[in-house]
Design a protein around this ligand. Sequence first.
Ligand SMILES: *[C@@H]1O[C@H](CO)[C@@H](O)[C@H](O)[C@H]1NC(C)=O
Ligand SMILES: *[C@@H]1O[C@H](CO)[C@@H](O)[C@H](O)[C@H]1NC(C)=O
Ligand SMILES: *[C@@H]1O[C@H](CO)[C@@H](O)[C@H](O)[C@H]1NC(C)=O
Ligand SMILES: *[C@@H]1O[C@H](CO)[C@@H](O)[C@H](O)[C@H]1NC(C)=O
Ligand SMILES: *[C@@H]1O[C@H](CO)[C@@H](O)[C@H](O)[C@H]1NC(C)=O
Ligand SMILES: *[C@@H]1O[C@H](CO)[C@@H](O)[C@H](O)[C@H]1NC(C)=O
Length: 578
Amino acid sequence: MKRAMAETLHKGRMLWIILLSTIALAWTTPIPLIEDSEELDEPCFDPCYCEVKESLFHIHCDNKGFINISQITESWSRPFKLYLQRNSMRKLYTNSFLHLNNAVSINLGNNALQDIQTGAFNGLRVLKRLYLHENKLDIFRNDTFLGLESLEYLQADYNVIKRIESGAFRNLSKLRVLILNDNLIPMLPTNLFKSVSLTHLDLRGNRLKVLSYRGMLDHIGRSLMEIQLEENPWNCTCEIVQLKSWLERIPYTALVGDITCETPFHFHGKDLREIKRSKLCPMLSDSEVEASLGIPQLSSSKENAWPTKPSSMLSSFHFTASSVEYKTSNKQPKPTKQPRAPRPPPTPRGLYPGPNQPPVAAYQTRPPIPIICPTGCSCSLHINDLGLTVNCKERGFHNISELLPRPLNAKKLYLSGNLIQKIYRSDFWNFSSLDLLHLGNNRISYVQDGAFINLPNLKSLYLNGNDIERLTPGMFRGLQSLHYLYFEYNLIREIQPAAFSLMPNLKLLFLNARLNLRNNHFLALPVAGVLEHLHAIVQIDLKLNPWDCTCDLVPLKQWLEALSSVSVVGEVLCASPD
Ligand SMILES: *[C@@H]1O[C@H](CO)[C@@H](O)[C@H](O)[C@H]1NC(C)=O
Ligand SMILES: *[C@@H]1O[C@H](CO)[C@@H](O)[C@H](O)[C@H]1NC(C)=O
Ligand SMILES: *[C@@H]1O[C@H](CO)[C@@H](O)[C@H](O)[C@H]1NC(C)=O
Ligand SMILES: *[C@@H]1O[C@H](CO)[C@@H](O)[C@H](O)[C@H]1NC(C)=O
Ligand SMILES: *[C@@H]1O[C@H](CO)[C@@H](O)[C@H](O)[C@H]1NC(C)=O
Ligand SMILES: *[C@@H]1O[C@H](CO)[C@@H](O)[C@H](O)[C@H]1NC(C)=O
């Protein structure tokens, strides 16, 4: 205690001295401000302020209302970093930066950039870092980055990029870190990465459905230390085997987060790595698939093809830059106490290493607006709808009412792997914007009538892996938009008449595993009043149930036969009678 106090006092004195000298300086020259006792040997530029740190000149022009680079009329003869965040620039004109040719880092984050003219960056031959995050860019053209031959780091998260031309990075031979999360990228063109050797690639929160091997993944293997692909609508059909195979070959620590399938229906919500290749591609054998794609054989050449790097290398990847928002960290983010009020940035974008994965490095990008996140959870923001993904997986929650403060505009809420036993009507009062609710693998045995009544936008509801015994109509009241309902691995003994009648849009119903109807012959998944309500059903999964194939099951048999065969996943096998 005493020592801490002494230290505080000591620091306090230092602070005074610094303050005094700053004040003294401020009397004579309001700007620049000198720190670290390194001297300014070049002019600053009004209204910016400048400092020398680690022998680099730093020019701080954040939030000064600039609308055009041409307003920066000064130039500097030694290497410098230029900070232009939170200004109002809409456009970068050709040759804008010619007089700023000694810049090593330029931060244009949080402007209103919509357009980068051809040759805008001409002359920036020593520029290593370029920040374009939180703008309104919608395309990277072949000529967008012309002239940036030293660029190592490009950050453009939270834009609205819909298209990247295949030559956009072709002359950026030094590019190592590319941050493109939270854009609207639907596909990446062949050969985009042909002439770059990326170590870090962040593509989270885009619209990617597949990534092909030839001309894409084969160009990002050798140097890769980290790739992030979460929160894309992956289409898990035969084509995605290329991505799956590639993932099996890259260093184990390189993939951060899950690759969750969005389509087709029967793989919705599943992790790509857990789906057998034969399920994705029933017509072809593994080796046929791989041979046709030119994917190297796993067994023979794994070591050689993909050198694995120790995870400690991740943290040794540093630029000499200080005072930037981007840090590599080899610590897994811990849930931190969050204030109730909207908090100031930076808020790290959620990073969730899978189970059994070592902590990973991450370039943490921050969302453009302050977000409210319940204590103990991590949240990330999607640029396309400003919706929040709230991740509270495996945090030991007993009660949903513990989730405080309530987030605004939450679209996805993951509460899987907690200790929740009961769901109350009041639990989701402040979650009306949810489209996905994951309550899988809790201990839920009680769902109050009307529990989900305030979730009119909910499309996916996961209740798998709980202790629910009875499905009643009251449980599902209000779920008028629900498409996907997951109930596998519960203890269901009874489905009451009209249980599904209030979900007119239900397309996919998982009831497999332990749907125990054996003791409930009279109610054995009745068609009348139950299944007949499933008008929109596209798929139903009934496997692993101990079907009692007596006369009572005839309506079910007829109902199943009337569905097209693709609708019924897996076999419906009789357990009795002998
Ligand atoms: C911005 O500067 C460029 C020159 O770099 C000039 O051509 C353009 O007209 C300026 N635009 C605005 C809106 O001032
Ligand atoms: C961009 O460059 C690539 C290869 O360098 C070329 O194939 C493509 O046609 C170019 N696209 C446009 C729109 O110019
Ligand atoms: C790209 O780089 C090559 C050499 O590396 C050069 O010949 C070419 O002119 C450059 N292209 C552009 C558009 O800068
Ligand atoms: C997924 O891929 C299959 C096969 O290539 C295609 O038919 C289907 O339309 C794709 N689905 C989506 C949502 O893109
Ligand atoms: C859980 O929340 C409900 C409703 O908010 C409340 O009635 C109940 O007492 C809470 N239970 C515990 C154990 O905190
Ligand atoms: C939920 O929202 C209402 C207003 O819509 C507010 O009064 C209430 O405090 C909120 N509850 C929580 C737990 O934040």
